[in-house]
Design a protein around this ligand. Structure first.
Ligand SMILES: *Cc1c(COP(=O)(O)O)cnc(C)c1O
Length: 495
């Protein structure tokens, strides 16, 4: 029986449905299952399967308490015509390497992969104890992309509401408009005076506030849950595209069944790359997973030194979705790498909250380094790489993908091991930076930049992004960090 408990203790024993409904454990840890890796996904039968079939194979291993019919419904609804490519996450050649596009969903960011299906997972869970009227309020802090993808996924989803906070002035014009124009009667959007980590920490405090939970339950029949990548239901759909990449490389006859592949992953909260590690535990032949960071290179420092230290300057960069000092999902990797040592994880996370840092024992670091490579790019390098990738491959990448592209260029290339760069956002989400990097006119609005980019590169802006120029702005709320809780309570009352 697959049950879930916190990374910090083994007292809980939840089904995957319960873990998805709850989001985060009471002790602040993340839900994990000790049976991960016991059942493998059959890689010999991958070639020729559709994304939806692969999703079924993978998700039925990871979420065994969903029925076959439930999983199929969720998959069909989530990976349908709202995607502009029928492969969902197509793999394309990029010079001697490959790029897997994760941005062909409705909001043009890779987070759609998970957030199109998470609301469907949640809709098939039931309240833990009795209150049949119970509704779920998703509360999320976003560094830009999660917010819109979550809003799009949860808008008007039965039994749920969603409240999204984003750091004021720290997301692009397009990203902000994507959120503030969101339709749906159950959606709430609010800017926060602070950076992403401040907002994320405040959301974590809101989740931990027992008095608030009591008031929400009594006054509004509302329980809070998370759509951040700390939610199991957000993480596991991302495991699927690693298998899809493998299937596509098999179909292209780049590899044979059993050959190893390497993935380079633009990383922030460690959700995307952690899914690659889960794929490896499920039997996918993954040689290395390479963590690519931007100037906020806390993960690079951790992987090279063994000390995770969040006490450092925070840089607001041109890759905002990777501007993170506390990489939440790292905790899950540490859990598995420590041979499931909840005491150690609990101690490390305590050190992090008390001292702002923790140190991982060297033998464990050695194990981690045998799988995870690392590198980072500063903002000049990101700009140079956007130009380099266009000049060499006639392929336009966004600033997040460019961090990965840079790190990939720096790594020695083993001709026997194909490398797949995960592309996490459409360049049209960041048209100004892309135009500047390509030496194109970037003097106008983001929308004028999109038109210039389209003309110069012969590519097309996703219609949903280009259409934002004339969309109706519904939300203009701004709160201080300590006003976030009150905002959530108001939103819950209105649900
Ligand atoms: C969220 C995001 C990332 C980082 O992914 P994590 O799962 O947080 O590591 C990278 N690029 C883009 C465009 C994103 O939206």
């Amino acid at each position: 029986m697959t049950t879930f408990h916190s990374t910090r203790s083994t007292t809980d024993s939840l089904t995957s449905k319960q873990a998805i409904r709850k989001g985060i454990a009471d002790d602040g840890g993340l839900f994990v299952t000790d049976s991960l890796g016991e059942t493998h996904v059959d890689i010999a039968s991958l070639a020729g399967k559709s994304y939806q079939q692969i999703a079924f194979d993978v998700l039925s291993v990871l979420l065994p308490d969903y029925t076959e019919a439930e999983l199929k419904e969720c998959i069909d609804e989530a990976y349908g015509p709202q995607w502009s490519d029928e492969k969902i996450t197509p793999v394309k050649p990029l010079g001697d390497d490959y790029v897997m596009e994760l941005f062909n969903g409705p909001t043009s960011a890779f987070k759609d992969v998970a957030l199109q299906i998470l609301p469907r997972f949640m809709a098939r869970t039931t309240p833990a104890d009795g209150d049949a009227d119970e509704k779920i309020m998703i509360v999320t802090a976003t560094s830009g992309d999660t917010g819109k993808a979550a809003l799009a996924g949860f808008a008007d989803a039965a039994g749920t509401g969603i409240t999204v906070f984003y750091p004021e002035g720290k997301v692009s014009q397009v990203q902000e408009l994507q959120m503030t124009t969101q339709s749906g009667s159950n959606v709430n959007v609010c800017a926060v005076k602070g950076n992403f980590d401040d907002a994320q920490s405040a959301v974590k405090r809101i989740f931990g506030d027992k008095e608030l939970a009591g008031r929400l339950a009594d006054d509004s029949h509302v329980v809070l849950s998370s759509a951040n990548s700390i939610n199991v239901g957000r993480l596991v759909p991302q495991v699927v595209y690693y298998f899809s990449a493998y299937a596509q490389l098999l179909e292209r006859q780049v590899i044979n069944v059993g050959d190893e592949v390497e993935f380079v992953v633009p990383t922030g909260n460690f959700g995307d790359i952690l899914a690659g590690y889960y794929a490896k535990l499920l039997g996918l032949p993954v040689k290395h997973l390479v963590v690519a960071s931007d100037k906020n290179n806390v993960l690079f420092d951790f992987l090279t030194s063994g000390t995770y230290n969040r006490q450092r300057p925070f840089f607001q960069t041109i890759s905002p979705s990777m501007d993170i000092l506390i990489s939440s999902n790292l905790e899950r990797m540490l859990y598995y790498m420590s041979d499931k040592d909840t005491r150690l994880i609990s101690m490390l996370m305590n050190d992090l909250s008390q001292w702002g840092a923790y140190e991982v024992p060297e033998p464990m670091m050695k194990k981690i380094r045998s799988i995870f490579g690392t590198g980072w790019a500063d903002e000049n390098q990101v700009r140079e790489m956007i130009a380099d990738c266009w000049n060499k491959n006639h392929y336009v990448i966004d600033p997040h993908t460019a961090c990965g592209y840079y790190v990939m260029q720096q790594m020695p290339r083993d001709p026997l091991t194909p490398r797949v760069l995960l592309s996490t956002a459409s360049p049209y989400k960041f048209p100004r930076v892309v135009n500047e990097s390509l030496g194109l006119d970037a003097s106008g609005t983001d929308f004028e930049c999109m038109d210039v980019l389209a003309k110069a590169t012969g590519t097309t802006a996703p219609a949903a992004l280009r259409g934002l120029e004339t969309a109706n702005v519904r939300f203009d709320n701004v709160v201080e960090i300590d006003g976030m809780e009150g905002f959530v309570e108001q939103a819950a009352k209105a649900l």
